[in-house]
Design a protein around this ligand. Structure first.
Ligand code: T4K
Length: 408
């Protein structure tokens, strides 16, 4: 790839602010020079290695590597304190956390869930021996619509598994009302929502329990990791036991659990990350605000909002490509990739359109019109704490040129 400044290197980003038609006439991919540095949808935050050393020395000296050692307990306590939680169990990943939560609440029969998520959400339902029922999402926040959930309830339904997709809160009041009226458990997949606060309290305070992911691609990472959080004190012991083979004590093993433990190295990574969290979120916010300002010039691009009552974590930057014909989103994504900028189609395909789920009655397109429409248009732009001003400018110039090519 040619290295060097593009024709846009002295480009004033304020030009995008003039009008969509001005922006269109100014861009063409011929004017964008390929560069060496690839820009991914995300990159993990890694602290300086030196910050980990004292924790590693502690592990080495105590020789406690796993089975809920001292660093595990320190991370658990720090997160509980931060979010004023009654229960928090740490797990080896978010997928295990979903599976443990469904089992800890002894859910049976069918579970209503969203098709607009990562496959792990529905896989955990199937793996727990339950039937997923898909309900449609709302156009505003792309989360489960409480009305659609209520309409989907069957006699054997015992729970709702909703997702705060991209970390943006669900209609928590609407879902709570549906759950109460129908005697259902309300579980949240909050894999994207680390650090989010809604109406002055942690998003993890809503529902019966929430699960988190600490995967490398998340706002907070322990390389791999996850958690089940709950405002109810009894949940912690139950999830802890379930994710430690079902062992109660040395001589009592009352249930069939699995090994879902987070180890001491992961806990150390988490303790160090936590010290940087606020700064990471602030940096993500600055990138998001920059994109938002520039994208205002593109009339065919919808940038979803986060409500004023939410302190957001800026986990993702989804946009909907509404200009152009069918397939414009895919063409833009492919074109951007050839210039070394890699946005992602989170979450396409819809889970309901993938192999294990296609045959379910609730998976038919007519049942999920909003989710199908959103999945066909969504594109997540690169968003992480290490994007520089020139990276952001680069993303915007490549996006603008591809948009002009396919959406004019
Ligand atoms: N529920 C929901 C709603 C979820 O979104 C997820 C996971 C889960 C449950 C399950 O949680 P975990 O069991 O994973 O803890 C990623 C992640 O693997 C997955 O954790 C995540 N959601 C999902 C939305 O995205 P991919 O296939 O997009 O990952 P990948 O490897 O293509 O990475 C994307 C980009 O990130 C790469 O292009 C470069 C960068 N990257 C990635 C990794 C793994 C790095 O720079 N370093 C890395 O180590 O799935």
């Amino acid at each position: 790839m040619a290295n060097g400044a593009s024709k846009w290197s002295n480009f004033e980003t304020s030009k995008w602010g003039r009008s969509a038609s001005d922006a269109r006439s100014e861009f063409s991919l011929d004017m964008v020079v390929k560069m060496d540095e690839e820009i991914y949808v995300t990159r993990p935050f890694l602290p300086a290695i030196g910050e980990l050393i004292p924790f590693l020395e502690e592990i080495w000296s105590k020789k406690i590597l796993t089975n809920r050692g001292p660093l595990h307990e320190r991370l658990r306590a720090a997160l509980k304190r931060r979010w004023s939680l009654a229960s928090l169990s740490l797990l080896n990943n978010g997928d295990s956390a979903l599976y443990a939560a469904l089992n800890a609440f002894d859910t049976r029969g069918s579970v209503i869930t969203t098709p607009f998520s990562f496959v792990s959400t529905s896989h955990s339902i199937l793996r727990a021996g339950l039937t997923p029922i898909f309900a449609d999402i709302s156009e505003e926040d792309f989360n489960l619509s409480p009305n659609a959930v209520e309409a989907a309830i069957r006699p054997d339904t015992t729970a709702i598994l909703a997702v705060h997709v991209y970390g943006k809160p669900c209609d928590v009041d609407g879902l709570e009302a549906v759950a109460r009226r129908n005697g259902l458990r309300l579980l949240y997949d909050a894999a994207h929502a680390f650090g989010v606060r809604h109406r002055g309290r942690s998003i993890l305070q809503y529902g019966d329990a929430s699960i988190l992911s600490f995967h490398a691609t998340k706002v907070f990472n322990t390389f791999e990791g996850g958690a089940v959080a709950s405002p109810h004190a009894s949940v912690e012991e139950c999830v802890d036991r379930y994710s430690n083979f079902g062992i109660e004590d040395e001589e009592s093993i009352p249930l069939v659990g699995f090994n879902g433990k987070l180890n001491e190295f992961q806990a150390a990574a988490g303790l160090v990350q936590l010290q940087h969290l606020d700064e990471m979120i602030a940096r993500r916010k600055a990138v998001s605000n920059w994109y938002r300002r520039e994208l205002a010039a593109f009339s065919g691009v919808r940038v979803p909002d986060v409500g004023a009552s939410t302190d957001y974590n800026y986990a993702y930057f989804p946009i909907l490509i509404e200009g152009g014909g069918a397939g414009a989103r895919d063409l833009i994504k492919e074109e951007m990739g050839t210039y070394g900028v890699f946005p992602r189609k989170y979450f396409y395909p819809l889970i309901s359109n993938t192999g294990p789920y296609r045959g379910l009655p609730s998976a038919v397109q007519e049942n999920l019109p909003v989710a199908n429409a959103v999945a066909a248009k969504v594109l997540c732009l690169p968003l992480h704490q290490d994007l520089s001003a020139s990276n952001i400018t680069r993303v915007m110039e490549v996006f603008a040129a591809a948009y002009c090519k396919y959406c004019n």
